[in-house]
Write a protein that binds this ligand. Structure first.
Ligand code: SF4
Length: 273
C-alpha cells in the first residue's frame, strides 16, 4: 500500500455538481428493509457512499434535514444546503475508523461532508492535522482540498437529527450502512466519539460475530477494548465527543484529543495485537 493509495481527498461521491446542492439523486432506500438490502449490495466503499445520500428511510429525519435546509441559519443564508444523508469521508484504505454521532444540522447537513463547516469539525480536524492524519487544519467545504491519511470518518446515523438525538429506531434503521462500512474498511482501530457511537459500534460488531463481552464494555474517555473474530482483531478506543458542549467547557481539550489520536496510530501498527 503506497502513501498515495492511502490518501483520499474531499470529492463527494454523490455529485460532481459542487458547489451547491446536486441534482436530485435517484430514489433510494425508503424503509429499513431497503437500507439493509442496499448496504449489503454495496461491493465497495464507492458504491456505499453513492447509495447513502439517496436514502429516505427515516421520515422524521428526512423532514428535519430538509426543514433546516429551507430555514437555514442567518450566517449561512446564501448557502445551498446538502440536506441529505452524509456518507463516510476519508482514506478508503484507512486503518483507523472514526465514528461520531450524526451530521450537524448546519455543519455536515449543509456542506455534505462529515464534521465539515462547524465548530466540532474545527476542533477535530485541527487535532488530526497536528497528529498527521489530515492535510490541513480546517474543514470548511466539501471542495476545500482536505485530504485524510489512514483515517476515515463516519457516523452511525447519516441524517441530521433534531437536538442531535436520533431515536433508537433510527439508529437501528441506519445501522446496516455502518455495518457494511466496517466490513469494507476492515479497520484495525475504531475511535468512537461519545457514548452513542460506542453503543452503536458494539451492536454492529456483535451482529458481525466479534467477541463482544457481556456485559458490554462501558464507554469512557481513553477506554480501550480489543475484540477478536477468528484471527482478526480490532480495538475500540473511546473519546469524548468533539461537541461544543465538551470542548467549550474543557471536558475535552486539544491535548486530550491529540493523545487519543496518537494512541489510535500506535494501535493501528501491524505489530500491535
Ligand atoms: S438516518 Fe440513515 S437510514 Fe435514516 S434516512 Fe438517514 S441515511 Fe436513511
Amino acid at each position: 500500500m503506497t502513501d498515495v493509495d492511502r490518501t483520499h481527498g474531499g470529492a463527494h461521491p454523490a455529485t460532481d455538481a459542487r458547489p451547491g446542492r446536486p441534482a436530485a439523486p435517484p430514489a433510494g432506500p425508503g424503509s429499513a428493509e431497503d437500507v439493509a438490502r442496499a448496504a449489503a449490495a454495496a461491493s465497495d466503499l464507492a458504491e456505499l457512499d453513492a447509495v447513502v445520500p439517496t436514502c429516505r428511510a427515516c421520515p422524521r429525519l428526512v423532514e428535519w434535514r430538509e426543514t433546516v435546509a429551507a430555514t437555514k441559519r442567518a450566517a449561512f443564508r446564501d448557502d445551498v444546503y446538502w440536506a441529505r444523508p452524509v456518507p463516510g469521508f476519508g482514506d478508503p484504505a484507512a486503518r483507523v475508523l472514526v465514528v461520531g454521532l450524526a451530521p450537524a444540522a448546519h455543519g455536515a447537513n449543509r456542506t455534505g461532508r462529515m464534521f465539515t463547516g462547524d465548530r466540532s469539525g474545527d476542533f477535530l480536524f485541527a487535532a488530526m492535522h497536528r497528529t498527521g492524519f489530515a492535510s490541513q487544519a480546517t474543514s470548511v467545504r466539501a471542495d476545500d482540498g482536505l485530504v485524510l491519511s489512514d483515517v476515515r470518518i463516519t457516523a452511525p446515523v447519516r441524517c441530521a437529527p433534531p437536538a442531535n438525538a436520533p431515536t433508537p429506531q433510527e439508529r437501528r434503521t441506519c445501522g446496516p450502512y455502518l455495518g457494511r462500512e466496517v466490513e469494507l474498511v476492515e479497520p484495525r482501530v475504531i475511535l468512537v466519539l461519545g457514548g452513542f457511537g460506542w453503543q452503536a459500534v458494539l451492536s454492529t460488531l456483535d451482529e458481525q460475530g466479534w467477541d463482544v463481552p457481556r456485559p458490554r464494555p462501558r464507554f469512557g474517555h481513553g477506554a480501550e477494548v480489543r475484540l477478536r473474530r477468528g484471527d482478526a482483531s480490532v480495538v475500540l478506543l473511546g473519546c469524548f465527543h468533539v461537541s461544543q458542549q465538551n470542548t467549550f467547557t474543557g471536558r475535552l481539550t486539544p491535548e486530550m484529543l491529540d493523545t487519543v489520536l496518537l494512541r489510535a496510530r500506535t494501535l493501528a501498527q501491524p505489530s500491535e495485537g
